[in-house]
Design a protein around this ligand. Structure first.
Ligand code: NDP
Ligand code: HSE
Length: 440
């Protein structure tokens, strides 16, 4: 049978990995797919570099639209990134009746509804395994492997760059900016690295997982997003002393009234496997009512790990290419006419527990006032530690740190309590609040 012909749009980190792995493993991939999968055309702005990567046998152009217009191309693989030209090209490829594979989580998290609707109308597939957690087949697991379950929550380390930064800072005491540069050099970081460090990239991925887990539309605009740039080294240390690690988690959780969708640094018990996921590795926990908690671990970024997911999509599409569109797995796991209208909850309605650090005057009665405010707000305390003033501010210091771990409460309750504590004259600096997830 004739090979499936693939057109690559963009041959950078992921594009070159995709080309190389397809070449290297072509026989095994063909045995799995049932026919060959061949990159026959590539578009990239730097034609000479692209041609040197693929050799003379592959047509290289600088106009991506020439790939879409080529009637021999069956599948268009978008590996340019961003919401600009990539969106136009994906929609044009769908309109031209091509199946699309993309690793572009930003595009799908923001414009997914429009893109999936267009693909449904045209009867083509849009596959995006590489868009979440790089090489880990988490989309396949959520969409197909766990299809029997009512999924209760998904929580993951889904940004390799920030996990790499947190690990290197903790283990080697390196500076944030030094480690970020290294992540960029290794090809983990987004074209705009603020997407990584401010939590936006993780929120794109959490948004996609929430849609597949709960059958809701992709709603990136409703996600709560907080990155790692405000994290203090002392909080990483205090968390360790309390038996926790701080990880940037992407969380999607079902509640009776709606879905929590949030990305923020979280304290995770050090004894959980996920707390020990280091470097650019990713891990996603999924809790289903039937299966219980499952954990998926692997490389979340990089050239060939991400290519592994892109090629899995190519094989899936090749196998289903000739199948009736109605027989295919729905893009977002649920049939398009059976989506849920459960709302994404505002952050004020999220329920979680907290780590609080207060820099206070080292005076009698301060702790009682603080704990009194929490008690009046109906917030139950799990643990309190007061540091020695000398340890915190040096010999003779009149200031100290109070660290409080709470049980679950509603975020709006905690907002109100923090405002009251902050107004105390004995609270000397902005209160640090880090959410805590037991992931039990
Ligand atoms: P790169 O920047 O390495 O590659 C993008 C390529 O696209 C570059 O070669 C660029 O050329 C080319 N390009 C830009 N504009 C055009 C255009 N108009 N027409 C044709 N080619 C164009 O990005 P990555 O490979 O890292 O990322 C690609 C996608 O994969 C992104 O959506 C990213 O979020 C996603 N992703 C990346 C991962 C990773 O580990 N890197 C992991 C998972 C997903 P030039 O350099 O000349 O501008
Ligand atoms: N910038 C992303 C990360 C790439 O660091 O995880 C993988 O999506």
């Amino acid at each position: 049978m004739k090979s499936i012909q693939v057109g690559l749009l963009g041959i950078g980190t992921v594009g070159s990995g995709t080309y190389n792995v397809l070449q290297r493993n072509q026989q095994e991939i063909q045995r799995r797919a049932g026919r060959g999968i061949e990159v026959t055309m590539v578009a990239d702005l730097d034609v000479a570099r692209a041609q040197s990567l693929v050799g003379p046998g592959v047509a290289v152009v600088n106009d991506a639209r020439a790939v879409i217009a080529n009637p021999d191309i069956d599948i268009v693989v978008e590996l340019i990134g961003g919401y600009g030209i990539a969106k136009a090209l994906v929609l044009e490829a769908i309109e031209a009746g091509k199946h699309v594979v993309t690793a572009n989580k930003a595009l799908l998290a923001v414009h997914g509804t429009e893109i999936f609707a267009a693909a449904h109308r045209k009867g083509v597939m849009v596959a995006f395994e590489a868009a979440v957690a790089g090489g880990i087949p988490i989309i396949k697991a959520l969409r197909e492997g766990l299809t029997a379950n009512s999924i209760q929550w998904v929580a993951g380390i889904i940004n390799g760059t920030t996990n790499f930064i947190l690990s290197e800072m903790r283990d080697k005491g390196l500076d944030f900016s030094v480690v970020l540069k290294e992540a960029q050099r290794l090809g983990y970081a987004e074209a705009d690295p603020t997407f990584d460090i401010e939590g936006v990239d993780a929120a794109h991925k959490a948004t996609l997982m929430s849609a597949i887990a709960f059958g809701i539309p992709v709603q990136f605009d409703k996600a709560y997003v907080e990155g790692i740039t405000q994290l203090g080294a002392q909080d990483i240390q205090y968390a360790e002393q309390l038996g926790y690690r701080i990880k940037l988690l992407g969380i999607a959780k079902r509640r009776a009234t709606g879905i929590e969708l949030r990305v923020h640094p979280s304290l995770v018990p050090a004894k959980r496997l996920i707390a020990n996921v280091e470097g650019a590795m990713n891990a996603v926990m999924v809790h289903g009512d039937a299966v219980g908690t499952t954990l998926y671990y692997g490389k979340g970024a990089g050239s060939e790990p991400t290519a592994s997911a892109v090629i899995a999509d190519l094989v899936d599409i090749t196998r289903l290419h000739t199948a009736d569109a109605a027989q295919r797995v729905p893009h977002l796991a649920f049939q398009p006419d059976a989506m849920s209208d459960l709302p994404v909850l505002p952050m004020s309605e999220v329920v979680t527990s907290y780590y609080l650090r207060l820099r206070v005057a080292d005076q009698a009665g301060v702790l009682a006032k603080v704990t009194g405010i929490l008690a009046d707000a109906g917030i139950s305390i799990d643990a309190v530690i007061q540091r020695e003033a000398d340890e915190v501010g040096g010999e003779g210091s009149t200031q100290t740190d109070v660290i409080i771990l709470t049980h679950d409460c509603v975020e709006s309750q905690m907002d109100a309590a923090i405002a009251q504590m902050q107004a105390l004259p004995t609270v000397l600096a902005a209160i640090t609040r880090i959410r805590k997830e037991e992931l039990a």
